[in-house]
Design a protein around this ligand. Structure first.
Ligand code: SF4
Length: 462
């Protein structure tokens, strides 16, 4: 009987997609996926180190697994990804029952490391940069979670140096995949019935800068991917505001498959804080780019990231953030309390840390501002008919279905005939009937296209 594996993922979409690759690699090595911890033979944690609470969650879970590891001596536990890259030897120090630790540059070797640990015992193997002799992980065929939508890595690493961010030190320099390889992957997915692709990179706007000086390749890539037959929706995340170019805005506007959705991280509305964060733009510049892209792409939904309590953030700085957030009228915002990551410039400014109670109060005030604009944006859609891609029962309320509009908004609606609800992957027209800050309410008005996808198997890519 084949051995069974399970993967627990922390962090961003990039990590979710790395886990799909890991699953594809383990499947190719003869293992089978399972969700049952009692029958699992290999349990892999794909970790994140962006915020401190992800560290705490990982070590908490590893601590709870000690009993299972003692009871099932054959169980192999592996920890990979960003936190493993950063903490290296600390992981086995804090959780000696972990068998394999691997980093962000040798994910493709995880099955080999697991096999080696059978013979040699615990292994920690972290590379500081990709090994030119090893195939990069993005060549592994992923076992994709969704059969109708797919994440596509277009670039790894980041050449920026935002003061709060640990990504460049764990993911390395920017490396772009060749455009032909990306388009070939999208074509293979479209042949399997995938309708939607999400292009992933730390700073997608700088895609291709390492391949050619004749930028902007990202705009060309958007157009090329948008032209692939069968692909109805193209999304991407995340563009850096300083690199959002007119060519990209034009490609968004002129490529029908590219969705009217943009995630544009603001981080702060204070120029002083933005400079300390080393973001490379002012609040005014950010707002100008936002206006330009909204002019170019009608009905564009814009989401953002904002950090509260960056070291040295004064009341006045924070008021500027509130002003800019109100002026920007975001459709949604991921708001974060500053989390010092050892090894970053911001973490060294301990004397400037903002007291916790001040940060908590600011955080609450910011949530009010962003939820107000989110609700107003959603209310403005009431009465419209929108085409949505069905995802399945809502996680919060399984009695209703959840689907996504082109703007990336979640719409909840009753399934109609409960015996034959629209299947995940179907396209449907719905009338928007209600609004909340985080979702829309809707009624189905007609089935447009049943799902086109085939089974959930890895798609081989070049
Ligand atoms: S652009 Fe800045 S925040 Fe984004 S990954 Fe690079 S360094 Fe981190």
């Amino acid at each position: 009987m084949a051995s069974k594996f399970a993967i627990r993922t922390f962090g961003c979409q990039m990590n979710e997609h790395d886990s799909e690759r890991l699953a594809g690699l383990l499947l190719a090595s003869g293992m089978e996926p399972t969700e049952d911890l009692e029958e699992v033979d290999v349990l892999v944690f794909n970790t994140c180190c962006i915020r401190e609470n992800a560290d705490n969650r990982l070590y908490g879970e590893l601590g709870r697994l000690k009993e299972l590891a003692d009871r099932r001596p054959g169980l192999k536990i592996a920890v990979g990804g960003c936190l493993a890259q950063k903490d290296r030897h600390l992981i086995r120090e804090r959780a000696p029952h972990v068998d394999v630790v691997f980093g962000t540059h040798n994910l493709a070797n995880a099955p080999l490391l697991l096999a080696r640990s059978e013979r040699e015992g615990p292994i920690t193997e972290i590379l500081d940069a990709p090994d030119p002799d090893e195939p990069p992980a993005h060549l592994a065929a992923p076992l994709r979670e969704l059969p109708y939508a797919a994440w596509i890595t277009i670039q790894t690493g980041c050449d920026n140096s935002c003061a709060f961010c640990i990504v460049p030190s764990v993911r390395g320099r920017e490396v772009s995949r060749p455009m032909e390889a990306i388009v070939a992957e999208v074509e293979a997915l479209a042949r399997r019935g995938v309708l939607e692709v999400i292009l992933l990179g730390q700073n997608v706007n700088s895609y291709g800068r390492d391949l050619t000086r004749r930028a902007p390749l990202f705009a060309q890539l958007l157009r090329a991917v948008g032209e692939v037959e069968g692909i109805d929706r193209v999304r991407f995340t995340s563009p850096h505001p300083k690199d959002l170019r007119p060519e990209t805005m034009a490609a968004m506007a002129e490529t029908p498959a590219v969705c009217e959705q943009l995630h544009l991280p603001l981080q702060s509305g204070s120029d002083r804080v933005l400079a300390a964060m080393r973001r490379g733009y002012s609040a005014r510049r950010y707002l100008e780019r936002l206006s330009a892209v909204r002019r170019a792409v009608p009905d564009l939904a814009v989401s953002t990231d904002i950090i509260v309590g960056f070291p040295g953030e004064t009341d006045e700085d924070f008021e500027r953030t509130l002003d800019v957030a109100a002026e920007a009228q975001f459709d949604s915002a991921y708001t974060f309390i500053f989390s010092p990551r050892p090894g970053t410039r911001a973490a060294e400014r301990r004397e400037d840390f903002v007291p916790e109670e001040v940060v908590a109060e600011r955080f609450k005030r910011l949530r009010v501002v962003v939820e107000r604009s989110a609700l107003a944006k959603h209310e403005a859609r009431i009465g419209r008919v929108e085409r949505v891609l069905v995802e399945g029962p809502s996680r919060r309320n399984p009695a209703v279905l959840a689907a996504r509009t082109r703007q990336g908004k979640i719409a909840h609606f009753a399934p109609g005939d409960p015996a034959r609800p629209p299947a995940p992957g179907a396209l449907l027209d719905v009338m928007i009937t209600g609004a909340a800050p985080h979702h829309l309410r809707a009624e189905a008005t007609g089935l447009v296209t049943p799902p086109r996808h085939r089974s959930r198997i890895p798609v081989a890519i070049r």
